[in-house]
Design a protein around this ligand. Structure first.
Ligand code: CA
Length: 518
């Protein structure tokens, strides 16, 4: 009898193991780099910067998450958090300057692979070590370049002709075509665009016909009302924007023939700019317009490639059992506070787009204001596959939120921490707590520690710290309590090793910044 029971148990286990993969949903994770929600028409910020019909199509068929916050607003750390479901102080990838991802640690692609999923990652990786947990990988080395980029395919260097965003789309679809159709799959299709230096596909030069873009209200922020950190940064259109950012210098990788098309668009406009000899606010305004043209043109190609991938899934009849996600590694400043780049706890940077179409779970055209995070992605995908999450993961499955049924005990406060300093961009290390309405921010690591408090209800552009204002005493005390609780729960170390600050830690501040921001 006992033997029979054991035999039955083994048979049942085998059936469950075999059955789980065939019924489990596929996952297509479309991920871009530095894509601001302001530059997605399903979100937008009132400037109506661009139409993104294909990303919008996903939003119309699924759910738009209106407050998805990242744990640390830069490329590598965001990716490490997504893979591990853990904060950077635990997954070890704290900055882009001297971190290397420990590929032996537990990640959600590894767990899916072990459960019978076919797994692939294509495009931007940016974690130093080779990808692990993927049956197929073809990645850009480091940041990658826009035109005719070198790539690393399963450890072998290849050079692929074409425009990087189209190549990521092509390789993603090619992998889907050759997959084993009897197994579920995870495809991470990860674009370089719209990362600096925002080099458009040649077909998109002048795509919006020299449109003059509305300026953000804070383009000429004077940085009053806040501490030294916002004044001391190095990420302004006024002072930091390079000739390469402005396309006054040519980006790498163009063929001679492509260069002709590139020059035909930029050269007459650059000649006009040089002749005008702009200074002060006029120069900032010109740079903002050039920045928007190029940034949005790279978004155009991302949107087209989202469309190609959706078309393929539809044509193959895969949409009914495939979860499709669109997200970015963080938000981005599109001229707000006079800035480009990210890094800050401020809204444009810390908030990233997240759109999810999950058949049977998300309602078409729905939206959620819930405080969610890239910390939650790993556990969401494991949940979708019917797999338990390792207890060390620090997020929570988004399934109830996506189903429109936010649990009563869903988080109302979120912990943020940024380390990398001083290069690039001299944004001072800070951590803080974010709620629906407030942000309490503590700057650390430079010998000039101080705290700020923002009330987004009264000050949506985060222009004035209310720290120390007696009217906010009770709020401050509550936020301090929440911050302390989160730091304990999330196992945040009391003090941070100097090397976590990256450049400062590695070379005592003497190491020169890389020319391109990570
Ligand atoms: Ca990024």
């Amino acid at each position: 009898m006992k033997h029979l029971l054991v035999a039955c148990w083994f048979a049942l286990t085998a059936i469950v193991r075999a059955a789980t993969p065939t019924t489990a949903p596929n996952i297509v994770f479309i991920f871009s780099d530095d894509h601001a929600y302001q530059a997605i028409s399903a979100y937008g910020d009132g400037r109506k910067l661009i139409e993104t019909p294909n990303i919008d199509r996903l939003a119309k068929q699924g759910m738009r998450l209106d407050r998805c916050l990242v744990t640390n607003s830069i490329c590598g750390p965001s990716r490490a958090t997504i893979l591990t479901g853990k904060y950077n102080h635990l997954n070890g990838f704290v900055n882009n300057s001297n971190s290397t991802f420990d590929g032996t640690q537990v990640t959600f692609p590894k767990l899916l692979q072990k459960a019978g999923y076919q797994t692939a990652i294509v495009g931007k990786w940016h974690l130093g070590s080779d990808p692990t947990g993927f049956d197929f990988w073809q990645i850009l080395p480091a940041q990658g370049i826009y035109y005719n980029p070198p790539m690393i395919k399963m450890g072998q260097r290849v050079t692929v002709p074409g425009y990087v965003t189209d190549i990521v789309g092509d390789v993603s679809i090619d992998w889907l075509k050759q997959r084993d159709k009897t197994k579920p799959f995870l495809l991470m299709s990860q674009h370089k665009a719209p990362h600096r230096e925002w080099a458009p596909a040649l077909r998109h030069l002048g795509f919006d016909g020299d449109r003059v873009y509305p300026e953000p209200a804070t383009l000429f922020d004077d940085y009053a009302g806040r501490g030294i950190a916002v004044r001391d940064q190095d990420m302004t259109l006024e002072k930091t924007f390079t000739d390469r950012d402005a396309k006054l210098a040519v980006p790498p990788g163009l063929t001679a023939e492509q260069r002709v098309a590139w020059d035909a668009y930029y050269e007459p406009r650059n000649a006009k700019f040089r002749a005008a000899n702009l200074t002060g606010k006029d120069l900032v305004r010109w740079r903002y317009q050039r920045y928007m043209h190029d940034y949005l043109a790279t978004v155009k190609a991302v949107d087209e490639n989202v469309g190609r991938l959706l078309d393929y899934l539809e044509k193959e009849g895969l949409m009914e059992n495939t979860i499709v996600v669109y997200s970015s590694d963080q938000g981005f400043f599109l001229g707000e506070h006079g800035w480009f780049d990210k890094r800050w706890i401020f809204e444009e940077s810390v908030r990233t787009p997240l759109i999810v179409r999950w058949p049977g779970v998300t309602k078409a055209g729905s939206a959620s204001p819930a405080l969610v995070s890239n910390l939650d992605f790993a556990q969401t995908f494991l949940d979708a596959a019917g797999l338990p999450s390792p207890t060390e993961m620090q997020g929570r499955s988004l399934r109830p939120i996506l189903a429109g049924k936010a649990p009563a005990d869903w988080r109302t406060a979120f912990y943020y921490q940024y380390f990398e300093y001083p290069a690039p961009h001299r944004v001072r290390p800070h951590y803080g707590v974010i709620t629906d309405r407030y942000k309490l921010v503590r700057y650390f690591g430079t010998g000039e520690d101080y705290t700020e408090l923002y009330d987004r209800e009264k000050d949506p552009n985060e222009m004035k710290s209310m720290w120390g204002d007696p009217a906010y005493a009770a709020t401050t005390a509550d936020l301090e309590k929440q911050l302390a609780r989160l730091r304990t729960e999330l196992k945040v170390p009391e003090t941070v090793p100097a090397r976590w600050l990256g450049n400062a830690g590695a070379g005592g501040g003497k190491k020169k910044a890389a020319p391109t921001a990570p």
